[in-house]
Structures are given as C-alpha cells and as structure tokens.
Design a protein around this ligand. Sequence first.
Ligand SMILES: O=C[C@H](O)COP(=O)(O)O
Length: 244
Amino acid sequence: MAPPKLAAGNWKMNGTLQSLAELDALPTAPGVEVLICPPALLVQPMAGRAAGRIMVGGQDCHAAASGAHTGDIAAAQLKDAGASHVIVGHSERRSDHGETDAAVMAKAAAAHQAGLVAIICVGETEAQRDSGETLSVIAGQLAASVPDCATAANTVIAYEPVWAIGTGRTPSAAQIAEVHDAMRQALCARFADGAEISLLYGGSVKPANAAEIFAIPHVNGALVGGASLKAADFGPIISALSAA
Ligand SMILES: O=C[C@H](O)COP(=O)(O)O
C-alpha cells in the first residue's frame, strides 16, 4: 500500500480563537489527509470546529504519561482534546529546549502509547550540509529518534532542513530526493512496513513550489509552517498534493 498523502500545517506560536475562521475557508481534496497543529490552547476548539473534515494535532508532548511537569502537556491530554497527531522533535524544540534524539524518541513512544500518530522531525543544519554530513546526520537522527514501536499507522517522518525553515530557501529537488530516498531505505531496513510510512518535506513550502516538491519520489506530503496560517496559501498546497 502506498503511504498516505498528508498535508500538515504547523501554526507554531501563532493564532488566536479568531484564527479558527481560516478552517472554514480551507478546502479538502481527494486522496489527501489534512492536518493542522495549532498552539495547544487551540487544539480543542479547532477539533470542534473542524468536525472531522480536518485533523488536529499538537506541536509537542511530554514523554511522561502524567505527573509533576509544570507547563508541559501529556500525549493523552492532546488525545483527550481531540488531537490525532503530535509533532515531536521539531528543530525549534531541539534548539529552543535542548531536546536530544533520546528525548524525542521517548516523546514519540509516549505519543504511540496514547494512541496518537507521532510526526518525528529530522533535518540538518546549514553547516552540516556544507560539510557533507547531511545523510549521516539524518541517518543518526532516524536511528536515535524513531522508537522501535513505530509503524506506518502511528508514525510520520518529516525531513526539515533547519536552514530552509522560514527562510524562503529550499533544497534542490535532487537534494530532497537524495534525503527522502535514504530515509525510505533506512525505514525499510528497520521496519516491516517501512515502505508505507509517510515521509513529509518541510521548509519554505509555498503554493509556488509545492507541485515541484510533491513530484519528488518518496515525498508523501509536507509539513508547512508559515503558508499554513492562511487558507489562501494552504489550500493550493493541498490541491497540489492531491494532483501529485
Ligand atoms: O513545521 C514547519 C516547518 O518548520 C516549516 O516552516 P516554514 O514552512 O515556515 O518554513
């Protein structure tokens, strides 16, 4: 079975209750799962408003099921609020909060335990790309961030080059293809259903470049930041994925 096509929006620390109006204007398209990961406070109202048309996810979860972790959110609480997915290991979490591969793996396992799909993010810095380390960095992050309990049903991998996030710069199609091909090979070598795990590209995906990116082998969708905030931008990206 081919991996599902997923158009995932990450609102990051943007949006208020008023922003939920964007959902009403957001089209869906045949063969594409649409997911938005808003700030945690908006998960429950968004899930109510999306009414099953659009899936809703968290942007992070704690590795523990519950307990004394002030300010954190458990995967089961996201699930309780109506989330189906949670992003873990986004580069902004890794850099802003010092999250290690081991921490990301524990969070992904917690997400699975709670019945959420974990979107596990990997990606090289510009310095790592410039020094030719991209493939080894990605291989290392996959090995150390993806738990053994991962399956195609509970895991999505997002390749997000750190230098492409929010910069308007994207890797060439050949560079994206090289990484996605390597990720697919690594997942197939480790997991029985590795060929069916959705692989997303993220980093400055826009309506103007979406079709080219979705034509790349083993790109099964996108994790979209800035362009997911407005239906006028995210809608054409969803359509491009449907047409790919
Ligand atoms: O999670 C989304 C990514 O960090 C991409 O963000 P961006 O589309 O604003 O570059």
